[in-house]
Every structure is written in C-alpha cells, then in structure tokens.
Design a protein around this ligand. Structure first.
Ligand SMILES: [Zn+2]
Length: 341
C-alpha cells in the first residue's frame, strides 16, 4: 500500500494546522463525516463547507429517509437479525426548498432531530439542538450526533464513517484478548481498508517532542496499542487520514492533544492525570481491571465523567454504559481543555 506519509520528510508532520490542538479531534471527525457524506451522496462537501451543506436540513432529511429505507430492506432480508437491532420504522418530511436560516430550514432540522430520538433511539447526550446547526451554535454536537447515527445505521447495512470501523476493530481486538464471544447480532464485516504503514513512526514523532528530563513514555504493546506514562494506562491509536487518533472515553481525541494533556512538559500545571477511566469501554475496563471495585470504581467525586471526555463518549451497543468519573482529575481545570459550549 502507498504510504500517505512517505513523501513527507521531516517532523513535525502536518502538525501545523490552523486550529489549536483541542479542536483537532473535532476537525478530524468532521473530515471523516464529510468524506462519508460525499461518498454516500456524491456531494461537494468538506470540512470548510460542512455546516453550510447541512444547515437547510435537506441532506439530513434525505439521509434519515435513506437510513429508514435501508432498515426496511434489512428487515425484509434478515427478519431474525432485525429483531435484535433498533430499526427506524418511518422517515421524515422534508421541505426541499428550504433556505438557510429560515423557518423551513428549522423545520427540516427539527424533523431530523426528532427522528434521531424517536426512530433511531439516540440518547440525549449525543443529540444536538436545532440552533446548534441552523445558527451554527455548536458544531461539536452536530458532529457527535451524526457519528452516532453512523454507528447505529452501520449495524443494518448503511455505509459508516471510517471512525466507526476503527472503533469496531478495537472492540474486536479487546474481545479476542478477553476470549469473549462475538456480539449478538455480529457486526457486519468492515470494508477492506488500506493498512496504514507508519503508525509507529507517527507516534514516535509526536512523543519525541517531549522535553522532560525523562522522556514521557509511550511503549508499544502491539500494533496500535500503547502503554503510556508511568501508569498502566493502555491506549489504542489509529491513523485516520493525516490524523493520529486515540480512542478515549468511548470517543476519540488526537494523539497530539492527548499528549498536550498528559505529557508533563506540555501541560505544565494543567496535566490531567492518566487514568484508566479514560478508556470507558466496558471491555477495556475488564481487560485492564478484571476486578471491579477499588480505585477506579470507588472514588467518584461528583459522579460526572471528565469534561474532556464527557462530550464524546458513545452509547453504542458495546459501550452502552454510564461513563465513570475520573478518579483524580483536578477539578475546575477541565474547562481549559474543552471549553463548555
Ligand atoms: Zn515531556
């Protein structure tokens, strides 16, 4: 396979981007969703015109109806499997003439949101509000909702964003390690994906920017799996186009931002403690901490997940569980990393 990084000579590799590191994960997700929608509907959509393309709600309604149609096909072809999956039963009405920032646009978007809740069963924490899109108030919520919709519709045969496949790949790795049975019903086979050839190099490059007296440690356990810092924290790392992504909190972060938060020389006094609770997948917790209880389950401070992960954990079938509180994050500092909407 051709290596997307082979032609780039020196570090830092593509690290200078027009947004700060805390926004990189959102940009990476947006890019993934834009690619996905472009392929699905042959649209001219990218990260720059992402909200603009969605804001009249027409594409969202079109997608809702396509997903509903796919669910009906799935039901007809695999009635037994369909019993075990949440399927939408009806689509949405759409005003095809809606202009941006009009009542008609609001109606379309509102119809889509209602459909996500009622027909797809997407949980409130992953929903967005009409204003988030129509007035562009909160892009992140729109992105998280679309990704969750991608996860769910993938189970009955709708093409999914790449991140969904990466998540599934990690879950499968964890299941094999724990000798767990496959989920019921089994997830569809992912499409063939070009192997990324230089993940280790990318990781090395990002870690090597550490200027601590003793370099922040990130030890490769296996391909795409690393032990970080002085703790026993394991993280899964994947390449998504030109981003190095870390599975964290049931969602994703970029490795760059992750290191900004954990490598002492990069975060100075604002470091978040490395904690197993960053990996909120129940499979992952089982792998690392086979005995529930103890520190990771018993030291809840306020019953809330860390702010940095609160926004983007999933409610997918494999991690449908309340996020755990981070045991020793300094309270009040989280906002610095992830501003509240
Ligand atoms: Zn360092």
């Amino acid at each position: 396979p051709t290596c997307p990084f082979a032609v780039i000579a020196d570090p830092p590799i593509r690290s200078i981007r027009p947004f700060k590191s805390s926004e990189q994960y959102l940009e990476a997700m947006k890019e993934d969703l834009a690619d996905w929608l472009r392929n699905l509907y042959e649209l001219d959509i990218d990260t720059a015109n992402f909200l603009e393309t969605l804001e009249t709600g027409q594409l969202l309604c079109q997608h809702a109806n396509a997903v509903t149609q796919a669910a009906q096909n799935f039901l007809a072809q695999s009635p037994a499997l369909a019993q075990k999956i949440w399927l939408p039963r009806s689509g949405v009405c759409c005003n095809g003439a809606a202009q941006p920032r009009t009542f008609q646009a609001r109606d379309n978007v509102s119809n889509f949101i209602h459909w996500c809740r009622k027909e797809m069963g997407i949980k409130e924490v992953l929903m967005f509000e009409t204003e988030d899109l129509v007035l562009r108030k909160n892009e992140k919520h729109v992105v998280l909702c679309l990704l969750e919709l991608g996860r769910r519709a993938w189970r009955f045969g709708v093409a999914a964003p790449t991140l969904v496949h990466l998540e599934e790949e990690i879950e499968e790795e964890l299941r094999q390690e724990l000798a767990l049975p496959p989920p019921d019903p089994p997830p569809p086979a992912p499409p063939a994906r070009q192997l990324t050839c230089c993940l280790s190099l990318q990781v090395q490059n990002l870690v090597s920017r550490c200027t601590c007296p003793v370099q922040f440690s990130m030890i490769k356990v296996s391909e795409g799996k690393y032990r970080v810092g002085d703790s026993n924290t394991l993280i899964f790392v994947r390449i998504l186009r030109n981003h190095v992504m870390v599975r964290v909190g049931g969602g994703w972060d970029t490795l760059g931002h992750y290191l900004d938060k954990h490598d002492p020389c990069r975060c100075t006094s604002l470091c978040e403690s490395l904690s197993a609770t960053e990996m909120l997948s129940p499979l992952f917790l089982l792998l690392c901490f086979p005995t529930p209880g103890g520190d990771y389950f018993g030291s809840s401070q306020d019953g809330q997940p860390p702010e940095s992960t609160r926004g983007f954990y999933t409610t997918s079938a494999h991690s449908d569980r309340q996020p755990l509180p981070e045991s020793s994050a300094p309270s009040g500092l989280e906002d610095i990393h992830t501003p509240r909407p």
